[in-house]
Design a protein around this ligand. Sequence first.
Ligand code: ADP
Length: 194
Amino acid sequence: MKHPKEERTYVMIKPDGVQKGLIGEIIKRFEQRDLKIVALEMFKPTKDLIDNHYPKKEEWITRLGEKTKATYEKYGYDLVVDFGTDDTSKIGPEVRKWLVDYMTSSPLVKMVVQGVHAVDVVRKIAGQTMPYLADMGTIRGDFSIDSPALANKEKRAVMNIVHCSETPEEAEHEIKHWFGNQAMHEYKRFGVDE
Ligand code: ADP
């Protein structure tokens, strides 16, 4: 069992976060919550790395389609008009493709964030997936209003500034995927580690 201060999560600043000039703001929000950045790099992702980052399981892909369907139903839009079908197993792969296109459209910033309940706290700081629903005070709620209703009309992924792992298991997998065997940096944070 790891020490509670050693929990780690994977964070990636997405193209809209980089292009809105939010790199410093995002890092600041993690650090001011006493979380520690233990790895950090700007890079241009390959299509393959992004493609392998997002799950390929049919269940996950269909879930993307189901979310889109729920939005369309809520707002009275017609899936068939925009997608040519209302089958979520066909809409999911389309949304996943938009996501890969979006994530390869600009340099990104990847980092590993460490601290007490890092996975949950980072997701709380990021706010919920859909920016138009995210609470103010969160990264997504303060800097974006994007929604699937708009994104899907424009045939693109929802732009929500950051990616952060959902569970400690996912974090471990994503840190390995993006940082390989690179060592994480060790240092003491004043007031946190001593
Ligand atoms: P999270 O990134 O919060 O873990 P998901 O894993 O559900 O969210 O989705 C992955 C990413 O796919 C989201 O961050 C968002 O960019 C995009 N996305 C999710 N649902 C939709 C949708 N219905 N339409 C367009 N893009 C979507």
